[in-house]
Design a protein around this ligand. Structure first.
Ligand SMILES: [Fe+2]
Length: 493
């Protein structure tokens, strides 16, 4: 099937253009050029009065014309916030003012290259360097809420940017009291039962993962070095009440080639296993247990929990993340090939007493950007909310919302509608919720023809009925990465 290249461009696209035609700077991906605050948004349908809090979504939005090989993962972080209170909604968007962006503004243009390089490693001590010393740290990937702080993080392991949850202004860097002598990856996880933050970091030249536990007050409580056979590209972690699970996938770059060429050359090693490290939350090196599974890659896990001697973990598994480059796509062929996900819901089981492993594919839909109710991470959850991947478009876009029931292994789907593409969809518990799915699911949808943007609000117990309200945003919202729901009681204490 031929891929559709729908590059109708919005009228408010930046006046600059990139060095060459990059599909991640056009159409639905086109960056916006302004920050904004809009109050009293209009809606089709009634905004639920028991929806109290904020849907916050981050993503790439370059300030300057990207030089060279711009990758979708490279744009400066911008957070879009939809705030809900008393049946009313407002919208704020602000850039994440990272140290890298501040330097570019001060110097009037781009400084470090993005993730496709090439990197100047001539003055870099690769035995100890963090990735963000030679690759631009945009803070654009993930946002989390911990210790009454909104934190913006970069997937390639970088600085931790703190934002004001009411205004989205960047207040500075969170260095956890000066105790953290490392960078952190995107996708640290908060255990709502204890308030602890579980995090990791990695590096292009490091043969280990750093694992960190911060307490509810943001103090470093534990750290551990987990040895690896070589540099790896983990993206996520999961945890249970007593254990943290970290990743070693057979998709990684050649460190020597990176040293020689300044570019990361990724390969999928289908003769090597997927490996998960299970570590007690405050465990030592001697406590690390490795479990091996079929080769592949996982960007995002849904959740993990304990069942007797078993760790059970659900996630979105790519069994074949190898490159299938289209020569017609020229310089961007490699990036576009890697961003054509084929992922499905899978379950892994690891027995801590016997060492036995089991894995099974739970469904065949191509889904990713999966979220349970994140208040329940670490204990058994029944429901999760995923994005249905478009397989017709050249770039990575989400065409619908899928709710999974992990007990009955059933699913419910809502297509966002013709020309509509959404973003990650967190669950927002109703005030006084009585059941795991008693609440709402929200997504930001933009239409590829008229570029109108809406926040769709779904009743989480009736996804298939379509949105109960569509909140009209009078400005275009580009596609993006990860989203969180932050309760109103946390934002307005
Ligand atoms: Fe991610």
């Amino acid at each position: 099937m031929a891929l559709r290249k729908s590059f109708k461009d919005p009228p408010d696209r930046p006046t600059w253009s990139a060095e060459f035609d990059n599909p991640y700077l056009r159409g639905l991906h086109t960056p916006v050029t302004t920050e904004a605050t809009v109050v009293d948004l209009e809606a089709d349908g009634e905004i639920p009065r028991d929806l109290y809090g904020a849907y916050l979504r981050t993503g790439p939005n370059p300030v300057f014309a990207p030089p060279g090989d711009y990758h979708w993962f490279d744009g400066d972080g911008m957070v879009h916030g939809l705030y809900f209170r008393d049946g009313k909604a407002s919208y704020i968007r602000k850039w994440v003012k990272t140290p890298a962006l501040a330097e570019e503004i001060a110097k009037g243009g781009p400084q470090l290259p993005g993730v496709m390089g090439p990197f100047d490693l001539s003055a870099v001590d690769t035995s100890r360097a963090h990735n963000n010393e030679y690759c631009k740290d945009t803070g654009n990937t993930d946002i989390i809420w911990h210790n009454r702080q909104l934190l913006a993080l970069w997937y390639n392991a970088g600085a931790v940017n703190a934002l004001d949850p009411q205004t989205l202004d960047t207040s500075g860097l969170q260095d956890f009291g000066g105790a953290l002598d490392a960078t952190l990856s995107a996708h640290p996880k908060v255990d709502r039962a204890t308030g602890e933050l579980l995090a990791f970091d990695y590096g292009d030249f490091r043969s280990d993962l750093g694992y960190y536990v911060f307490d509810a007050a943001g103090r470093l409580a534990h750290k551990l070095k987990i040895d690896l056979p070589g540099p790896r590209l983990p993206h996520d972690l999961s945890f249970t009440t007593h254990y943290t699970i970290l990743h070693d996938f057979p998709l990684f770059h050649d460190a020597e080639a990176l040293r020689q060429t300044g570019r990361r050359v990724l390969s999928f090693h289908r003769d090597m296993p997927t490996r998960y490290a299970v570590v007690p939350r405050y465990g030592s090196t001697a406590d690390i247990r490795w479990f091996e599974f079929e080769p592949g890659y996982v960007l995002h896990m849904v959740n993990a929990w304990e069942e007797g001697d078993w760790i059970v973990m659900d996630g979105c598994f790519q069994p074949d993340p190898s490159i299938r480059r289209d020569p017609a796509e020229g310089r961007l062929g490699s990036m576009l090939a890697y961003l054509r996900y084929r992922a499905h819901l899978r379950r892994w089981r690891m027995n801590l007493r016997t060492g036995e492993v089991r894995e099974e594919q739970l469904d065949d839909l191509n889904v990713e950007f999966c979220l349970p109710d994140t208040n329940l991470c670490g204990v058994k959850t029944r429901y999760s909310y995923h994005q249905l991947m478009s397989e017709e478009t050249q770039t990575l876009l989400f065409k619908g919302l899928v709710k999974y029931d992990h007990e009955t292994l059933s699913r419910e789907i809502c297509d966002y509608g013709p020309g509509n593409y959404g973003t990650e969809s967190p669950f927002a518990p109703r005030e006084g919720a009585k059941a795991e799915d008693d609440g709402y699911v929200l997504t930001l949808v933009t239409n590829e023809d008229d570029f109108r943007s809406n926040c769709f609000i779904f009743n989480a117990q009736a996804i298939g009925d379509g949105p109960v309200a569509k909140v009209r945003i009078p400005l275009r919202v580009p596609t993006g990465f990860h989203a969180k729901w932050v309760p109103g009681g946390d934002i307005w204490p």
